[in-house]
Design a protein around this ligand. Structure first.
Ligand SMILES: *Cc1c(COP(=O)(O)O)cnc(C)c1O
Length: 428
């Protein structure tokens, strides 16, 4: 990685920043549940000449010339997505998960319609009707939540009785399943039954578990939900982006909601990278990876309980754990914990827990995920080391020397599990 061969040699300022970020990713622990390390193939495709191309429209129905290659790239990405998930139609143009959700709403409901979705403070996403999101301004969202916590860990599950009661009372046009901070499996079947009973459409937002679904380690909502939205950059390990799956009967409505409904030209370079990621996710090695992600999350959950943390929903079925910090230390907020862990080289995010007494900016929980560190090669044994480092950092949060000592241990652990041992090739 000498500057002589770098395409960024002419802009040392930006190059230095990108090298700093590479260094950060290689020397600190990445436990943010929505992040991953892409392959160099994904990165190379998203850094390609397709960034120069305009291709408003869809393959063979473009508004600009010169789209023979762009058409082939998008067809390849769509076909790979349909094959991977067994869907009748795929739209790979959404720039991210949020525009994918907005496009699905545009296709399925009218402004002012009632939509039932998960409460934001119990695991839902901003695009599920937060008042600060356009989704909450355009539609009338009604929220369901989780059951109360129980000492045996069987509480804090999606409250399907509440979903049914609200659906019967509010008669929503659309029911949304899918979460951003929920550690248990979401079965699509019961949502389908409730939607059918009240004549609602059913959308499943699998932004988080898309990679687990692709690998068959989380039930697939494809075929059960009318529309499935997802991000390509979380457990699926592709480039930053979104996509929408549906049956063929909704293809036109979805496609015109994305373009011209919501976006202009697609990001063809990112679509090429999505194609690469879909092919990677179809490989047997990805199935092994996704199973290990889940096994690692379980191991992390067990080890954290051993360190005295309470886990929301009593543990995990997927790639993430939601830690309730209050049992470990009643005075420790999510905000303070996140900042102390940052100093110790452990990257994660604070998160509200169900019925959190603290506001979102402070919060009483931490959300941790294993998708990225599993890509880096960590297994169950490393998860207990990670839990130990995390507990040490939080206990020593007021002692700069202790935080520095943890940071050194993190750095040493990271040397053995480097996501980019050869750097990032000719890209930097
Ligand atoms: C991450 C996420 C999104 C949005 O994805 P962005 O790419 O950040 O816009 C939507 N829904 C859920 C449930 C998510 O977790």
């Amino acid at each position: 990685m000498t500057s002589v061969t770098s395409p960024l040699a002419g802009d040392p300022e930006v190059r230095a920043l990108l090298l700093d970020e590479l260094e950060r990713q290689r020397t600190t622990l990445q436990l943010i549940a929505s992040e991953n390390f892409t392959s160099l193939a994904v990165m190379a495709a998203s850094a390609s000449v397709l960034t120069n191309k305009y291709s408003e429209g869809y393959p063979s129905r473009r508004y600009y010339g010169g789209n023979t290659v762009a058409d082939e790239v998008e067809d390849l990405a769509r076909n790979r997505a349909m094959t991977l998930f067994g869907a009748g139609h795929a739209n790979v143009q959404p720039h991210a998960g949020s525009p994918a959700n907005l496009a699905a709403y545009l296709a399925l409901v009218e402004p002012g319609d009632t939509v039932l979705a998960m409460r934001l403070d119990q695991g839902g996403h901003l695009t599920h009707g937060s008042p600060v999101s356009i989704t909450g301004k355009l539609y009338r969202f009604v929220a369901y939540g989780v059951t109360p916590a129980k000492s045996d860990g069987t509480g804090e599950r999606i409250d399907l009785d509440q979903v049914r009661d609200l659906a019967r009372r509010e008669r929503p046009k659309l029911i949304v399943a899918g979460t951003t901070a929920y550690s248990r499996t979401i079965e699509p079947g019961p949502f389908r039954e409730i939607a059918d009973e009240v004549g609602a459409k059913f959308m499943f937002d699998m932004a988080h578990p898309a990679g687990l679904v692709a690998a068959g380690v989380h039930p697939s909502p494809v075929g059960t939900a009318d529309v499935v939205t997802f991000t390509t950059h979380k457990t699926l390990r592709g480039p930053r982006g979104g996509a929408i799956l549906s049956g063929t009967e909704l293809a036109r409505a979805i496609d015109s909601a994305v373009f011209p409904g919501l976006q202009g030209g697609p990001l063809d370079h990112v679509i090429a990278a999505k194609a690469v990621a879909f092919a990677e996710a179809a490989r047997p090695s990805f199935k092994k990876y996704a199973s290990q992600v889940v096994a690692n999350a379980s191991a992390l959950a067990d080890a954290l309980e051993g360190e005295g943390f309470r886990l929301v929903a009593g543990g995990t079925d997927n790639h993430l754990v939601l830690v309730d910090l209050r049992d470990f230390d009643a005075g420790l907020t999510g905000k303070v914990a996140q900042e102390a862990l940052d100093r110790a080289g452990i990257t994660c995010n604070r998160n509200q827990i169900p019925n959190d007494p603290r506001p979102p900016f402070v919060a009483s929980g931490l959300r941790l995920g294993t998708a990225a560190e599993t890509t880096a090669g960590m297994r169950e044994a490393e998860m207990s080391v990670v839990a130990g480092l995390l507990a040490r950092a939080l206990k020593g949060r007021d002692d700069p020397a202790e935080l520095e000592a943890v940071r050194e241990d993190v750095r040493a652990l990271r040397k053995t599990f480097d996501p980019y041992p050869e750097g990032v090739g000719g890209l930097l």
